[in-house]
Design a protein around this ligand. Structure first.
Ligand SMILES: [Fe+2]
Length: 195
């Protein structure tokens, strides 16, 4: 059984409490559906193989939907720490230095990451670090589960589902939403993931 997590979110700049509440409600649905699928899987083994296949495939959608949302909301927890300066990453941090090494500068990394976030479609923009190759990757995840990179560490996740921004920013408001997303990040969370 999975339990819905709670997040100590600060008052966010540019993202309304109503928007966050609606989003958290959807997260709760993924946790609930994940538990429903886990329970039904047990009853299907040895029975209808098509039903089992559908439930098994569906599991990745609900599981990742839950997990990615946890990673997403945690990035705003404890905001406005000394590491956060208007959304900027401390240039002296290990993460900033690694990003600079690969992308030339943190600004250039952000530009490239934002471009992934602006891709058409619904899903997630994810910054990964492949520890084996010592290399960052940007990935686009369709829905919650198609396009995940195996055995690479998730450093930053950006929700690009319409529910994350349309109600507040409108269908053409993706860029404004990404601005607000960056503004509220507590970079010490991502630094910890990376280190
Ligand atoms: Fe979401």
């Amino acid at each position: 059984m999975y339990t819905e997590k709670t997040f100590a979110l600060p008052s966010l700049e540019g993202i309304t409490p109503e928007s966050v509440a609606a989003h958290l409600g959807l997260y709760a649905g993924y946790v609930k559906n994940l538990n429903t699928l886990l329970a039904s899987k047990e009853t299907l083994v040895g029975g209808d193989t098509y039903a089992l296949a559908e439930v098994t495939r569906r599991l990745a959608f609900e599981y990742d939907g839950a997990r990615l949302h946890e990673l997403y909301f945690m990035q705003w927890e404890g905001g406005s720490t000394p590491l956060t300066t208007g959304g900027a990453l401390d240039a002296a941090s290990t993460l900033a230095q690694a990003l600079t090494k690969q992308f030339g500068s943190v600004e250039n990394w952000e530009k490239q990451f934002r471009a992934v976030g602006m891709m058409r479609g619904i899903g997630w923009a994810i910054l990964y670090f492949d520890n084996e190759a010592q290399m960052f990757h940007h990935a686009w995840i369709d829905q919650h589960h198609q396009g995940l990179l195996a055995n690479a560490d998730i450093i930053l996740v950006l929700d690009i589902w319409e529910h994350a921004f349309v109600a507040q920013f409108g269908t053409a408001g993706r860029g404004a939403y990404i601005d607000a997303f960056f503004k509220n990040l507590n970079w010490s969370v991502m630094e910890k993931r990376f280190v």
